[in-house]
Design a protein around this ligand. Structure first.
Ligand code: SF4
Length: 155
């Protein structure tokens, strides 16, 4: 308790204003460096993810979509859900909108869809996606993606 090696931080800065967020994140990073800590940081804030992470796991309805080094994930996301998430980040100087619009609504977690849980919202879904749960597979180096389209080479 007093000298941890691993800390799970669930939305630790989401309720704070931006300047306090930055102070807390800097404190956490200083403590990490001084004490050799490992954090599992759970957040919906992509700018926080980009700032603090070395590896990122992207989840949709409790299911792993993609696990990747942070820099690789932000430069070349592979899973359609990750691509849609990152496309929603506004970027200075970006002339044309690259925002990926998802179809449908988020399903209730009480009745998860069969197959890929994202298939009702994914423009790349096919029959296999409606029936088979995709397994996370290594696609290159340290990157794992759970997507039939990626596995089949059509994405
Ligand atoms: S498995 Fe199919 S539905 Fe799921 S993300 Fe990949 S292409 Fe889309």
């Amino acid at each position: 308790m007093v000298d941890p090696e691993f800390i799970v931080a669930d939305e630790p800065v989401s309720a704070l204003d931006v300047s306090i967020q930055a102070q807390i994140l800097n404190l956490l990073m200083e403590a990490q460096e001084e004490r050799g800590l490992t954090y599992m940081f759970i957040t919906h804030d992509l700018s926080v993810v980009q700032h603090i992470s070395t590896r990122v796991a992207v989840m949709y309805l409790g299911t792993l979509c993609e696990l990747s080094p942070a820099q690789t994930l932000f430069e070349s996301p592979r899973h359609p859900y990750t691509q849609a998430l990152l496309s929603a980040i506004p970027r200075l100087g970006q002339k044309r909108s690259r925002h990926v619009r998802l179809k449908g609504e988020v399903p209730t977690p009480i009745h998860l869809p069969r197959g890929c849980v994202f298939h009702g919202r994914c423009v790349h879904a096919n029959r296999r996606c409606e029936e088979d749960v995709p397994k996370a597979r290594t696609v290159e180096g340290d990157v794992q993606v759970a997507c039939h389209g990626v596995e089949e080479g059509r994405l």
